[in-house]
Ligand binder design. Structure first.
Ligand code: FMN
Length: 402
């Protein structure tokens, strides 16, 4: 049974949700599922903007058939060639052989790589700023290279001011009926998942996000339609633009402390608990603490983007930094996180490597300020070391005042 929604006169949401998929990109847990958005414009010409993941193809194709109501499809706009959005291109070409596939040179390069069916006679190549008239609606194309992938473009519908923004401004989380961000309690239910999506999926490409936001700065935007998650409209748009501005400039949203530790037998965990209590006694509120072996790194990464300070603690393992901590730090480095206050705590019993390993990775990152003199515990925290931990707590508390 089809399931569509008219989001603006003659413009329809024709996507769907997947609540079964365990991990997005086979990596990121999806406790609340994920939505795949696609849109259709009915005018003198008909146009679909992007397709969806193969998991919901049956529903999706039924949605298109129903929305077109016997008309043919003239254009398929391809803003993003990632498989979770382009899985249905071939099938659409089979069903609507005259459809024009609208993309840029990089879109078609990827299309040739992904598909064996030769669809080159359907290609309709656009350049930055080109316009395509559908009748009363006109689509203008803005290239957004590396706002996730190199071929990404945004499509702006000029008569109504609707921006189709590919993966940007998207989120994890399936729909529960409401499609608009202003229809839900966004802060309490969606924001953390939107941040986790941005930081882990697009986080590395902050400069490119800044570039497209500058390019679009003068446009009158009344609605933002992303490929995942809720639709933004009206005054609410500035809320998500402000968040994107902070996230893409790697500016913390909040002064506060995230503590992330690795621990096999509880000794490093004990050091982190001692430090957290010392911080609480110094008036620091709303801290977050994670065991890197327990909590999926995407949640920790999301909070490292949110908060100003982070404390990493890890034991040495086989003359190396404990692997889960090593992996978390390397992922943060690849995502290009910068401009954070970092405190390091090592632990070892005979030959130390963890503290050195953490220091090397953090020093390879940009604009990281080391706060407090790192300590390298020998197996367990002893009362005679406590003054060192007190000094670290003082330094963190001081850095939060700045
Ligand atoms: C499998 C294993 C390998 C270890 N390798 C090293 C090592 O190479 N060098 C060292 O100094 N300590 C090593 N240790 C000791 C731990 O770093 C030490 O026990 C530490 O206190 C563990 O902290 P935790 O209780 O938080 O897990 C190893 C411990 C284990 C269990």
């Amino acid at each position: 049974m089809h399931n569509i929604y008219e989001i603006s006169p003659s413009i329809y949401w024709i996507g769907g949700s997947d609540r079964r998929l365990e991990r997005f990109e086979n990596m990121f847990p999806l406790p609340n599922g994920v939505a795949y958005n696609s849109y259709l414009i009915l005018d003198e010409k008909t146009a679909v903007l992007d397709t969806v993941d193969s998991s919901i193809s049956a529903l999706y194709l039924e949605n298109i058939t129903h929305a077109l109501n016997g008309r043919s499809l003239d254009y398929l706009i391809i803003n993003h060639m990632e498989p979770d959005h382009c899985a249905n291109i071939e099938e659409i070409v089979r069903r609507y052989p005259n459809v024009k596939l609208v993309g840029n040179q990089k879109t078609f390069q990827l299309m040739r790589q992904y598909y064996s069916l030769d669809m080159s006679s359907n290609y309709y190549e656009v350049k930055e700023g080109n316009e395509l008239s559908l009748g009363s609606h006109t689509l203008r194309f803005y290239f957004a290279p590396m706002v996730h992938w190199p071929e990404v473009m945004f499509t702006y519908e000029t008569s109504k001011g609707i921006l189709f923004s590919a993966d940007a401004f998207g989120s994890f989380g399936a729909f529960a009926g409401n499609l608009f961000a202003d229809e839900v309690e966004y802060d309490s239910y969606y924001l953390d998942e939107a941040r986790r999506y941005y930081t882990n999926i697009v986080g590395r490409y902050g400069p490119q996000v800044q570039a497209i936001m500058k390019k679009l700065a003068g446009l009158k935007i009344t609605m933002i339609c992303s490929l995942h998650g809720l639709i933004w409209r009206g005054e609410n748009i500035s809320y998500i633009l402000d968040k994107y501005d902070l996230w893409s400039r790697y500016v913390p949203e909040k002064k506060g402390v995230v503590l992330a530790y690795a621990s096999m037998y509880g000794n490093t965990e004990n050091v982190m608990n001692s430090l957290a209590i010392k911080l609480a006694k110094r008036g620091i509120k709303d801290m977050r603490m994670y065991d890197v072996s327990k909590t999926h790194p995407s949640y920790i990464i999301s909070d490292v983007f949110k908060y100003s300070n982070v404390v990493f603690g890890s034991p040495t393992y086989n003359m190396h930094l404990y692997f889960m901590m090593d992996s978390l730090l390397r992922e943060l480095a690849v995502l290009g996180i910068k401009n954070r206050n970092v405190t390091l705590l090592g632990n070892h019993s005979w030959s130390s490597a963890a503290l050195k390993g953490m220091t090397e990775i953090v020093e390879s990152m940009k604009e990281m300020t080391l706060v407090g003199t790192p300590i390298d515990i020998k197996s367990t925290l002893k009362p005679e070391n406590e003054h060192e931990l007190d000094a670290i707590a003082d330094a963190i508390a001081e850095s939060l005042k700045e």
